[in-house]
Design a binder for this molecule. Sequence first.
Ligand code: HEC
Length: 159
Amino acid sequence: MWEQPKGKAFSQSEVFADGATGRTPPAGTVARGSLEPTPGYSSGLGPQGLLTQVPIPVDLARGKAVYESFCAVCHGLRGEGDGVVVQRGFPQPPSLLQERLKQSPPGYFFLAATNGFGRMMSYASRIPEADRWAAAAYIKDCLQEQGAQCPGGTRATNR
Ligand code: HEC
């Protein structure tokens, strides 16, 4: 693989008439994984800062599944910061049900999942964007709104 004829980025090419190895993608090429259906979809940020609305239609049942698979181990099924990993010694996250976070828009939760937050790692490479939005919607519309009545928040244990 190392010893083979190939064009290196920015090197000169004898193959193409313009002498450049790097080629311009054909018109209309769409980058894989980079679709931005609505502004702020992948950043969580709009011109006014954090998005105050989830930018795509989401399925709360999907959000619940994502939350319970990726977040609840630390944040707890009800969002109280008492997940099973915390019970085994991981630093305790703050309760997602506290007033400050109830006032925080969906973009805040998307951003935390995307970039990580302090000692919490980024989930960008683990959870696709649409699922990060679904989890954010589940936290906002379900856990924070309905508390213990929230489907999935009624289970007695975190195990
Ligand atoms: C491995 C444990 C762990 C997992 C899994 C985890 N978090 Fe966290 N999270 C934390 C900790 C710990 C903090 C507080 C970090 C700090 O302050 O240093 C935190 C902080 C946050 C905050 C910021 C809270 C604030 O005070 O403003 C949000 C929002 C958040 N997490 C959302 C999520 C979401 C959404 C998921 C799932 C996609 C998730 N977390 C998964 C441990 C975790």
